[in-house]
Each structure stands twice: as structure tokens, then as C-alpha cells.
Design a protein around this ligand. Structure first.
Ligand code: FAD
Ligand code: DHB
Length: 386
């Protein structure tokens, strides 16, 4: 088989790239290790920047998003019970949309006309340093080969694409955090109209939502925590302790329909192009989830990559593919900085002690009193221009 682009991974990055190429008349095959139900079963991000919404429009996959997505004009911060709203619309005239990653993925799956090859095992990119790359995979015991012009590695942090690059060609930047987020999904109305990011000496908490009747909550837990140790009752009790009394009073609890722990990590690989292989999304970088940037960053990578691959295939110009890595890394590092900053402000770091807590408090007080600081937060949270 031959195609223009083999995309490895059918998460949001791979599906969006496939859709943008398809609409431009560039052939692409997507290879995904798991089945569609497994991909849709992963509960992850929930907040979309305007740039991601625009991209869903371009992908002609946004009808449901515009009907069901919830426009949020601000977020609420709570620091040891003291509250501050950040009003995006008043500060910078922008907003975000609450619409789950699962729904984005489902809409992109439904929009795609060309088939996606699910349950592809042992996917391996080959010869991307030369002019004739190809990808092999196994299905039902048979090995298949797809020849192509370009390979897009959209296969997440643990995917094969980045691992196929000689380690000497990569520079990795990484910070791990000694905690993770324990998340719970529940069919109850959200505790507040907007998201609440809470710092408490017991640890961070986040009140998020998926719809007027479905809520998503997180609490900071040690990185080695076992999810089995958290009954629903323990989760709700802990969450209440970390919220302001007025917010805790409004909390509607119920049986969890999903519960999992995600570790927090900051990670960037450089560069993001190796001959005819490109890395995009979580394959290239990870942000801690605090700034809600992971999905949005993956989408902005593939918007740039799609334009570059369309230009290379249709106009036979390499300008876009040559510029890809440097261009997207600019934006990636800004999102890394913001996510690290939000994480540092809101979590408890046992190793920084009383001094660290006073610095966090002072950062929060500065935010409350400075319109410039609030504007900076609003601009980063709603998404910097590409
Ligand atoms: P992924 O969504 O990881 O998709 C990669 C795809 O590649 C997967 O479908 C995978 O099965 C497939 N794949 C992997 N290896 C192979 C292989 N060898 N061959 C073929 N296919 C392969 N971001 C937020 O903003 N907020 C959050 O709350 C949040 N929570 C998260 C929780 C978890 C547990 C994780 C892991 C991430 C979370 N993120 C969150 C980040 C956000 O979900 C990601 O940034 C986003 O999913 C990136 O999309 P992607 O398509 O690049 O990667
Ligand atoms: C959600 C996740 C985030 O990381 C975040 O900052 C906001 C919302 C969510 O899952 O809803």
C-alpha cells in the first residue's frame, strides 16, 4: 500500500491531522494500537481554547461542539478559602469552551471519511532519514507495509515514534512532580457555574464539568497513591475540606462513573522533525494539566503540521516542513511555562516548607491586586496567538 502520510496514533492530534489532510486532498492512513471504544473511554481534558474551536470548524466537525459546548467567561481561584474570579471577557475580551476531549475525539472520528486502522500492533516507522520512508504493522498475525512520503508521530508520550529516533539526535527536557491528580467523573450538576482551581494546605483541588449534569473533580494525591485506596466517600470528604465553605456547601455528590490517577509531568523533546518523521502532541511534549493546555497544544501542533504537509505535497514546497519544529517549539515552551507556573502556585510542595507556602500566598495576593497579573493569566489560559 502507498499513501502520502502515515499518521501513527488516533488520539485527538492524529485524528485532527488526518481530517485536515483529507479535506485538502492529501491521502493519509491512520494507524492506532487500540480499538475505538478504548480510545473513547479515556477521560482526559475538558477545556478548549478559541484556536481549538476554530480548528474544529476548519475540520467541519464542530456542529455538536457549538450546540453542546459551554462558553466560560472566567475561572475562580480559591486560596485557603479566599476567592478571586478571573474575568477573561472583561480583562481581554476572550473566553474558553468546556467540551470534553472524549467528545472532540468522537466528532473527529465521525467526520473522517477514510478508514482508520485500529488494533494495529507493533507499528514501526522505517527509513525516515531517506527519501522513501515506510511504516510496518501487524494485524491478525500478518505484517503489513505502507510506503509514504511523510510520517507523523501522533502516538502520545509512550508511543513508538519518538522512541524510533536515535537518542543522540534528541534533547529531552523533563520535570516530574511528586504528586498526581485523582480524578472522578459523576452524573451530578457542577458545584459552580465556572471552574474552581483551589489551593489548600491539604493539597490542590479542581472543580470542573462536562455538561450541566455531569461534573469532573480532581484532588492532588502523592504520585505513588493507589486508586483503590479512594472510596467515593473518601474522595468527597477530602474535596470538601479543600474548597471554600460556600463552595463545599453547594457540592452535589454521587457514585463515581470513572476514577483514575494521572501523574504530573513537564516534558519537551527537541527537535520535532527527523528527516521525514514529525512529532506532534503528547509524543513531543507533556504539560502538567493545571493550565488545561495539553489537548490545545496538541491541536495547535497539528494545525501547523497539516499546513506544512499540504504545502509539501500539493505545492512541492519544503518551506513549511523546514520551519515546523522551530515554529511549534516557540508556542510549546510558552505553554510549558504557564502550566508549570499554575502548577507551582496551586499545589502543595512538601519540600519547599513554610517559605514556599508564603511565596505562593504572596503570588496569589499579587494576582488579586494586579490587573496586569490577571490579564497575563487570562491571555495564557484562553490561549496565546500562534
Ligand atoms: P494521545 O491522546 O495520547 O493519543 C495518542 C494515541 O496514539 C492513542 O490513541 C494511543 O493509543 C496511540 N498509540 C500509542 N502508541 C501507539 C503505537 N505504538 N502505535 C499506534 N498507536 C499508538 N490535558 C488537559 O488539558 N487536561 C486534563 O485534564 C488532562 N488529563 C490527562 C490525563 C491523562 C491520564 C493523560 C495521559 C493526559 C491528560 N491530559 C490532559 C493531556 C491531554 O489529554 C493530552 O495532551 C492529549 O490527549 C494529547 O493528544 P495526543 O493525540 O497528542 O495524544
Ligand atoms: C479539566 C482538566 C484540567 O487540567 C483543567 O485545567 C481544567 C479542566 C477537566 O478535565 O475538566
Amino acid at each position: 500500500m502507498r499513501t502520502n502520510v502515515v499518521i501513527i496514533g488516533a488520539g485527538p492530534a492524529g485524528l485532527m491531522l488526518g481530517r485536515l489532510l483529507e479535506l485538502a486532498g492529501v491521502d493519509a492512513v491512520i494507524l492506532e494500537r487500540k480499538n475505538p471504544d478504548y480510545v473513547l473511554g479515556r477521560i482526559r481534558a475538558g477545556v478548549l481554547e478559541q484556536g481549538t474551536i476554530d480548528l474544529m470548524d476548519r475540520a467541519e466537525a464542530s456542529t455538536r461542539l457549538h450546540a453542546e459546548g459551554l462558553i466560560h467567561h472566567g475561572i475562580d481561584f480559591s486560596f485557603d478559602g479566599d476567592r478571586q474570579r478571573i474575568d477573561f471577557s472583561a480583562l481581554i475580551g476572550r473566553h474558553v469552551m468546556v467540551y470534553g476531549q472524549t467528545e472532540v475525539t468522537r466528532d473527529l472520528m465521525n467526520a473522517r471519511k477514510a478508514p482508520t486502522i485500529y488494533e494495529a500492533e507493533d507499528v514501526e516507522p522505517h527509513d525516515f532519514d531517506g527519501k522513501s520512508p515506510y511504516v510496518t504493522y501487524k494485524q491478525g498475525g500478518t505484517t503489513h507495509r505502507i510506503d509514504c512520503d511523510y510520517i507523523a508521530g501522533c502516538d502520545g508520550f509512550r508511543g513508538v515514534s519518538r522512541q524510533s529516533v536515535p537518542q543522540s539526535a534528541l534533547t529531552l527536557y523533563e520535570r516530574t512532580y511528586p504528586f498526581g491528580w485523582l480524578g472522578i467523573l459523576v452524573d451530578k450538576p457542577p458545584v459552580a457555574g465556572e471552574l474552581v482551581y483551589a489551593h489548600h494546605e491539604r493539597g490542590f483541588a479542581l472543580c470542573s464539568q462536562r455538561s450541566p449534569t455531569r461534573s469532573r473533580y480532581y484532588v492532588q494525591v502523592p504520585v505513588d497513591e493507589n486508586v483503590e485506596a479512594w472510596s467515593d466517600t473518601r474522595f468527597w470528604d477530602e474535596l470538601r475540606l479543600r474548597l471554600s465553605p460556600e463552595t463545599a456547601e453547594n457540592l452535589q455528590t454521587g457514585p463515581s462513573i470513572e476514577k483514575s490517577i494521572a501523574p504530573l509531568r513537564s516534558f519537551v523533546a527537541e527537535p520535532l522533525r527527523f528527516g521525514r518523521l514529525f512529532l506532534a502532541g503528547d509524543a513531543a511534549h507533556i504539560v502538567p494539566p493545571t493550565g488545561a493546555k495539553g489537548l490545545n497544544l496538541a491541536m495547535s501542533d497539528v494545525a501547523t503540521l497539516a499546513d506544512a504537509l499540504i504545502e509539501a505535497t500539493i505545492e512541492k514546497s519544503n518551506a513549511g516542513v523546514n520551519a515546523y519544529s522551530a515554529k511549534v517549539l516557540q508556542r510549546i515552551w510558552k505553554a510549558e511555562r504557564f502550566s508549570w507556573w499554575m502548577t507551582s502556585l496551586l499545589h502543595t510542595f512538601p519540600e519547599t516548607g513554610a517559605f514556599g507556602r508564603r511565596i505562593q500566598r504572596s503570588e496569589f495576593d499579587y494576582l488579586c491586586g494586579s490587573q496586569a497579573a490577571q490579564q497575563s493569566l487570562a491571555e495564557n489560559y484562553t490561549g496565546l496567538p500562534s
